[in-house]
Every structure is written in structure tokens, then in C-alpha cells.
Design a protein around this ligand. Sequence first.
Ligand code: NAD
Length: 319
Amino acid sequence: MGKVKIAFIGAGGMANLVHYPSLSSIADAEIVGISDLMEEKLEQTAKKYNIGQTFTDYRKLIEKTSPDAVYIIMPPHHMYDIAAYCLNLGLNIFIEKPPGITKEQTRQLANIAEKKEALTMTGFQRRFAPVMTEAKKMIDERGGTLQCQANFFKNYIDKPPYYNGAIDILTCDAIHSVDILRWIAGEPKKIASSVKSRFAGYDNCFYAMVEFESGAVGLLSANWVSGKRIYSVEMHGKGICAFINPEESAIIYKDGEEKGCALNASELAGSGELFKRAGFYQENLHFVNCIKTKQQPQTNFADSVKTMEFVERIYRSTI
Ligand SMILES: NC(=O)c1ccc[n+]([C@@H]2O[C@H](COP(=O)([O-])OP(=O)(O)OC[C@H]3O[C@@H](n4cnc5c(N)ncnc54)[C@H](O)[C@@H]3O)[C@@H](O)[C@H]2O)c1
């Protein structure tokens, strides 16, 4: 197989911030055409990334470009029909998080993908962030994580619900922390949670204590009425602990030593650009390599069903 031919649906914020720059820097990938409903965005993006073919109808894009894989990057409540359409054609697809509005949507996409033997990936980029993979490797060398914590805070007060209420915050956004706990500690066994609405007509504070099948324990702490946007992760293993900001840096302490070992995201990524240091380039590279080698990506839809189930269980397990 030569270059992986990619048809890209969506020329919006996230696509332009991280996915077009990532794919444009991957030698084995070629964006063969793009589609967006808004002609201005379509033309701007096509010009910036030197993409010849543009379409307002995604079906035409697929028909005319015969791609090896399709990116579908748009608001979650508009994504399902397009994803199901592509999968039914047997096409390999990459979508952003969340992998559906409900677990059932994700399960149906996973079912079609399995039937059609399509390769699929959800963009949980923090699993691919250089400081995260490096820190996890160091903990795993000591036998794995015994205790972990995923924090996600935002200052989102007096704001409307996500997408006018089409989706809740935990499923849409704080799912990053839910997925990272699964990546670190495995499948959840028991959960005790608290879900609250503060100063809003929707849930915006989530706390969960989790015991995993592995025996590890974890905490999820997510709160959208806090002081600022902070995403951080803690992992503790035997005689080792890691405090991580996946987009910036991590510090690892071993065996009681006062001075920790610092990891710098830009240094590890070889670039200070967000798409490289925060894991977006690496997740895109993983997807392209999986298409080339016909392997299911790490964050495939069957795996994403488990993350969506974890989200559902947090809601069902309130104390
Ligand atoms: N991984 C992350 O950290 C992260 C961060 C932010 C957003 N996201 C996710 O990225 C996704 C996209 O969010 P965004 O903020 O970039 O959205 P956006 O609104 O900026 O862009 C979406 C684009 O899709 C286009 N579109 C909608 N329907 C279409 C159709 N039928 N055919 C062609 N184009 C169509 C719109 O015109 C728009 O240009 C969401 O799922 C969001 O949750 C992920």
C-alpha cells in the first residue's frame, strides 16, 4: 500500500487546530478531498492544506475520491448518520470524542464496523501524549498502577448546556478522564459516585471512586464551575509516582528521592506545537499506521463502548 488516502468530512475548529496539521505532517497520509457544509470554511481549509477536491455533500466526496479512510470531525449529535453511512460502505473511519451521544449509538457503530470488518478509531489523544506514554511505561516497569486520579476542571459558569443540551458534559468532554482511567487501570469493577448540578440546569460536577478488576483504585474528579481549565493525572505504583499534565510536562518520583525526574512534552515530541506535544499527531500517526498494516487501532469502537459504559455506570452509581 502506498500513501493512505484520506477523505476528510468537517473543516471546523478541532479539525483545523489539530487533525489537518497532523495529517499534513505524516508522510504516509494524503488528504484526497474534504467536505463541509460551509463553503467559506471549506475553501479556506482546502487552500491552507493544498487539497484539490472540495464538496459540500460528503457522499460525493466519498464517491469521487475512493478513500482508504474517512475522518468525520463534527459536533457529536451530527456525527452518527455519517459514521453509519461510511461504515456500511465498509470504510475505515476516525471520529473525535465522544464516540456517540449514548452508549447505544457507540455500540451500534461498533456492530456495523465488526460486520463490515472496518477499522475504527476515536480520538482519545491523551492516551497518545508523549509524557503520558512515557510516565505509564515507567510505572508499568514497576508492576503497574496501584492507585490513580484523573482531574478535569473548567471555568464554565453561566454558560448554556453543551450543544444546546444535545449532550451532557460527562459524556461529551469529561469522558477524557473516564477513558484515561481505563487506559491506566483497566476495567472498572465497583463504582461509588456523586453527580451534581451547581448554578446550572445540567450536571457539571462529577466525582467517582472506582475499584478496578486489576485491584487498582482510582478517583475521577471533574468540575465545570472551578477556577480554570486544568487537566491532570496521577499514577502511583510500587515505589513510584507520576504527576502529569499531558499537554505540558510530568514529574516522576522514585523510592523516596526528593528530586523527581521531569519530563517535558515539547522535548519528548520534538516540537512545542500543541498538536505534536499533546498527542494529536501521535494518535493520527497510529491510525494511519493501523490502516497500512490492517490492524484495529487501540481506541477502536469496541473499546470505546467500554468507556461509554463506564460513563453510564458513573451516573448509575451515585451514593
Ligand atoms: N479531543 C479533544 O480534546 C477535543 C476538543 C474539542 C472538541 N473535540 C470534538 O471535536 C468535534 C468537533 O468539534 P469542533 O469544535 O471542531 O466543531 P465545529 O463546529 O468547529 O466544526 C464542525 C464542522 O463540521 C461541519 N459539518 C457539520 N455537519 C456536516 C456535514 N453533514 N457535512 C460536512 N460538514 C459538516 C460544520 O459546518 C463545521 O465546520 C466534536 O466531537 C468535539 O467534541 C475534541
